[in-house]
Design a protein around this ligand. Structure first.
Ligand SMILES: [Zn+2]
Length: 206
């Protein structure tokens, strides 16, 4: 979407990351996202410190009504450790990955403990299938994943998706779930579009 907008209008697309809970981050002159640490305190609850993934706990310093004090959002943000050429020391974000309930969970192949599969990994894997799959939705209900998609060649698409996901899950050392395929996406315009969603985690197998 960014490429399309920047292509159509000769300008750089900047981002604002804002929620009911506050105005959290915005792009600087170099197009990098920084947390608005002049108006917020953002504490990091690490989800995966190595990759820089955390859930923000925000305290708004400006509000006089509806106080937001150490309020945890269920978003997944990725910290960018490199400093920004703009000179700002406000925490830089590599990206806003999504929400925690966009993560899929699958049991580890050897010990059965649940492993989080970040939405970005799935999006990147699915990028490979884009010649066959023009759009998709993934919904997890326990050990079953419903895969709804748009394609002109369903048989080839399912073959590609199965191969791609099998490779991803094998690489992550998790059990391959049962995948149900459905062609055709019906988007309820009154509902927020969620491409990847976990509605129910599989049960932990010890
Ligand atoms: Zn910057």
């Amino acid at each position: 979407m960014r490429d399309r907008v920047e292509d159509r209008f000769p300008c750089k697309l900047h981002e604002i990351y804002q929620a009911t809970e506050g105005y959290i981050a915005s792009s600087c002159s170099h197009g990098n996202l920084h947390i608005n640490e002049d108006i917020l305190i953002v504490e990091k609850e690490w989800i995966d410190k190595e990759s820089g993934r955390f859930a923000p706990i925000i305290t708004d310093l400006n509000r006089r009504t509806l106080p937001i004090i150490r309020y945890r959002l269920n978003d997944i943000l990725i910290e960018e450790k490199a400093s920004c050429p703009c000179g700002s020391h406000f925490t830089r974000l590599q990206k806003i990955e999504g929400r925690e309930d966009d993560m899929l969970w699958l049991p580890h192949s050897t010990n059965g403990s649940l492993v989080a599969i970040f939405p970005d990994l799935i999006r990147r894997a699915m990028y490979i299938c884009q010649t066959q799959v023009s759009d998709y939705r993934i919904a997890q209900h326990g050990g079953v994943i419903s895969f709804t998609y748009k394609s002109d060649d369903a048989a080839k698409a399912e073959q590609d998706i199965t191969a791609t996901l099998t490779e991803l899950f094998t690489g992550l050392n998790v059990d391959k779930p049962e995948i149900n395929f459905n062609v055709g996406i019906k988007q309820d315009l009154m509902k927020k579009q969620r491409r990847i969603a976990c509605y129910q985690k599989p049960s932990f197998v010890d």
